[in-house]
Design a protein around this ligand. Structure first.
Ligand code: ADP
Ligand code: ASP
Ligand code: MG
Length: 415
């Protein structure tokens, strides 16, 4: 399935381009798509663990490296893969060209390490496609208005691919990865997990935002906004994967299960601020200070105040811990509180499902299952189609497994 202009966007993740043989295999797959008549744009991630290795390398130089320089460093990972893939395609007798985010016209905002794409000038890509080349674009990177390289956050190559599919009117974006599709739980944790055939954008948004890292959240947001159909599939076989599209287009509409999937996120840190004066404006000042540093706050719990004093707990991503400490220091002169605690021994476990909206008792069943595993719930948050609990990190795998079997996801045949 390609858009009316015949363009298809294919994205290959880190494992899929992990070594020279795999790069050669990707080259073969891409050439096959071109031979069958599509105009092909390929997005690739850095090889294997390159991004992690670069982060580790930087940590040996500095405990808190500047974000601009981190982006300069991390963007090199994808630059290696695009060049190698272009060479591999050429070895097989086809013509292609590799482009960095900048060369591909991807303009982002100024937020280093978590930049948002604000526009894409697709003229270079269209020109190269017109000349018959396969166009290979470095995932995860762009350039800001100052001309500096930015990166889109971990897992951001998916977002590059979907954004390109949107501006090229490809309507269809293939995400090739190391699993066969989106499963009812991380198949590397729950061996009984089942592949899901079709998911609505809403469900995929909740799965991605609650930890199913198989798709980057912003990629799903883009797909939803621009109606780009996603096909998440394995780069190691030809099996049909998972289609993510508008709810109304999902053809096989079996009865929706109450719970579609179980997710977990171990990248969470819980901050508790004690002894806050319970007066109007305190929460605004507290969270305003975190927002000013571009720190995303996830779950928030405020206890009932006693004698005009309250406690607020909230979670942030692990990568923001160092900046969060500085924010809390700075807040001491601006709002009254006694102490703040930062706890990284926590994780979030969630259940997601569109069917939840019409079924009562799902939350209590989730709490029952967790209590059956002797797991204490520290925080709870809900959306119409998701329930999340913050628990001890060491319990997260047993929680995911128990919820998966408790909601009988091992018995579902998939949607
Ligand atoms: P890539 O490098 O191809 O972008 P990622 O590592 O980012 O791949 O994402 C694929 C991984 O996502 C899988 O190996 C799997 O462990 C993990 N994952 C987590 N939750 C799910 C899920 N519900 N379905 C499929 N994969 C999942
Ligand atoms: N290489 C980047 C990362 O490891 C981006 C990506 O793989 O999507 O996060
Ligand atoms: Mg990924």
């Amino acid at each position: 399935m390609t858009g009316k202009n015949g363009i298809i966007v294919m994205k290959f993740g880190g494992t899929s381009v992990g070594d020279p043989e795999k790069i050669a295999r990707v080259a073969g797959r891409v050439i096959k798509a071109k031979s069958s008549g599509s105009r092909v744009v390929v997005v690739v991630s850095a090889m294997g663990d390159t991004t992690d290795d670069l982060i580790e390398l930087a940590s040996k130089i500095s405990i808190n490296p500047g974000r601009r320089e981190m982006d300069m460093l991390l963007s090199t990972g994808e630059q290696i893969s695009i060049a190698l893939l272009a060479m591999a395609i050429s070895e097989k007798g086809c013509s292609s060209i590799s482009l960095t985010g900048n060369q591909a016209g991807i303009i982002t905002d100024e937020v280093y390490s978590n930049a948002k794409i604000i526009s894409i000038n697709n003229s270079r890509i269209l020109r190269e496609l017109k000349s018959g080349k396969i166009v290979i674009v470095a995932g995860f990177q762009g350039v800001n208005n100052a001309g500096d390289i930015t990166t889109l956050g971990r897992g951001g190559s998916d977002t590059t691919a979907v954004a390109l599919a949107a501006v090229l009117d490809a309507k269809h974006c293939e995400i090739y990865t190391d699993v066969d599709g989106v499963y009812t739980a991380d198949p590397n944790i729950v061996s009984e997990a089942k592949k899901i055939k079709g998911l609505s954008y809403e469900e995929m948004l909740e799965l991605a935002s609650s930890g199913a890292k198989v798709l980057h959240l912003r990629a799903v947001e883009f797909a939803n906004k621009h109606n780009v159909v996603l096909h998440v599939r394995s780069s190691f076989n030809d099996n049909e994967g998972t289609w993510v599209m508008d709810e109304s287009k999902i053809i096989e509409k079996m009865e929706r299960p109450v719970v579609t999937g179980v997710t977990y996120d171990t990248n969470q840190v819980k901050i508790t601020v004690f002894g806050l004066k319970d007066i109007p404006g305190i929460a605004a000042k507290l969270f305003g200070a975190f927002a000013a540093e571009n720190i995303n706050v996830d779950l928030i719990v405020q206890n009932i105040s006693e004698k005009g004093v309250s406690t607020i707990s909230f979670t942030i991503g692990n990568e923001d811990t160092a900046i969060a400490k500085k924010v809390l220091e700075g807040l001491k002169s601006r709002i009254e509180f006694s102490t703040a605690d930062i706890n990284s021994a926590v994780a979030k476990v969630s259940i997601v499902g569109a069917g939840m909206q019409t079924h009562a008792g799902v939350a209590s069943k989730m709490f029952d299952i967790l209590s059956g595993e002797n797991i204490n719930i520290e925080m709870i948050s809900t959306s119409p189609i998701r329930i999340s609990c913050v628990i001890l990190k060491e319990k997260v795998k047993s929680a995911v497994k128990a919820l998966h079997s408790g909601f009988e996801l091992d018995r579902e045949k998939g949607l």
